[in-house]
Design a protein around this ligand. Structure first.
Ligand code: PMP
Length: 327
């Protein structure tokens, strides 16, 4: 595939690898890499928005902190700091010519050509760090943000914290996510909700979940088997600012059916209303009032038309001439 093709496909022509920029076409790995055989990768998903004030990456530092945290859990020393990953992302976006994109930082256990090792113990394998980017539309469909989606409760249990820690965003976790997602799609749903090993609601295959009940916002606690979602945190902050009570507690499956509103949050999904669970209509079967209010604030923040709660800095603006963040 030539670079010309890459551009037509709205993919950033370069990939950052271990401190250097290489061509998209060169960013390939060996079939016997540790990651291919044993799933040893950690990664991130970050959005860069075309805001009213120029291109800006949403909560870049928090995402890169989660990346290095994930790597730490799996004893993967990438040699790059959180801030170096942030700089790499900014430079990549600036160079890409894409006004908005989805960023994919990735740390993997590779293969040492001189001294290859093929066993489960990955500690001998070299660690390679990457950041790639491409333009990605609405993950759950253009209409989903307004009309909501139909979801099911999965027959698959979410990974547990003492087997595959959900706190780490590891590639291997997404084998569980794939089972959940494929089952949902084949059943005619857009997404699946997994219950944890105790039978309580955990999260979607790639989203955190919120319920609205009598004006209160309810979501599983960080101690449950969920990814500490950055959109989840953003929604909690926005809700508190709006004076909405946020309760982090265990949620039974049946509470999903009886909630006034249910919605997913995630970098890809943003804030997506859920209109039915297991073919049981949630509330009025339309996007609820609180979901709409939270979306409204969230979309203003990612458009830079209003500041983040408590004046926090959630947007890293890109100076595409200098290829660095605007201070
Ligand atoms: N849970 C899972 C399993 C996910 O893959 C994601 C997407 N990263 C989320 C939750 C939402 O996290 P965030 O808001 O940080 O994208």
């Amino acid at each position: 595939m030539s670079v010309k093709d890459v551009k037509t496909m709205n993919i950033a022509p370069k990939v950052w690898k271990n401190g250097e920029f290489i061509d998209w076409n060169e960013a390939r790995i060996h079939i016997m890499s540790h990651v291919v055989n044993y799933g040893s990768s950690v990664f991130e998903g970050i959005r860069c928005y075309e805001t009213s004030k120029g291109s800006a990456i949403f909560r870049l530092t928090e995402h890169m902190q989660r990346l290095v945290n994930s790597a730490k859990i799996y004893r993967m020393d990438s040699q790059f700091t959180r801030d170096q990953f942030c700089d790499a992302a900014v430079e990549l976006v600036a160079d890409s010519g894409l006004p908005s994109c989805y960023l994919r930082p990735l740390i993997v256990r590779g293969l040492d050509d001189e001294n290859p090792s093929f066993g489960v113990n990955g500690m001998q394998s070299p660690i390679d760090s990457y950041v790639a980017a491409w333009q990605w539309g609405k993950y759950l469909g253009e209409e989903a943000l307004e009309t909501g989606i139909d979801v099911c409760v999965s027959s698959w249990t979410r990974i547990t914290s003492n087997s595959m820690p959900a706190m780490a965003k590891a590639g291997a976790n997404y084998m569980n996510s794939q089972l959940i997602k494929m089952e949902a799609i084949l059943g005619g749903f857009s997404e699946g909700i997994a219950l944890d090993d105790r039978g309580y609601v955990s999260e979607g295959s790639g989203e955190n979940i919120f319920l609205v009940n009598s004006g209160k916002l309810i979501t599983p606690p960080l101690g449950a088997s969920i990814l500490p979602g950055i959109t989840r945190d953003s929604v909690v902050e926005i809700a508190r600012e709006l004076g909405i009570e946020v309760i982090e507690t265990s949620i039974q499956r049946s509470a999903l059916y009886l909630a006034d509103e249910v919605f997913f949050t995630g970098t890809a999904a943003e804030i997506t209303p859920i209109r039915s669970v297991d073919r049981i209509t949630v509330g009025s079967g339309k996007r609820g009032e609180m979901t709409a209010a939270l979306q409204d604030e969230f979309f203003k923040i990612i458009d830079a038309t209003r500041p983040a709660p408590s004046g926090a800095n959630w947007l890293t603006f890109i100076d595409s001439t200098e290829k660095k963040a605007i201070a």
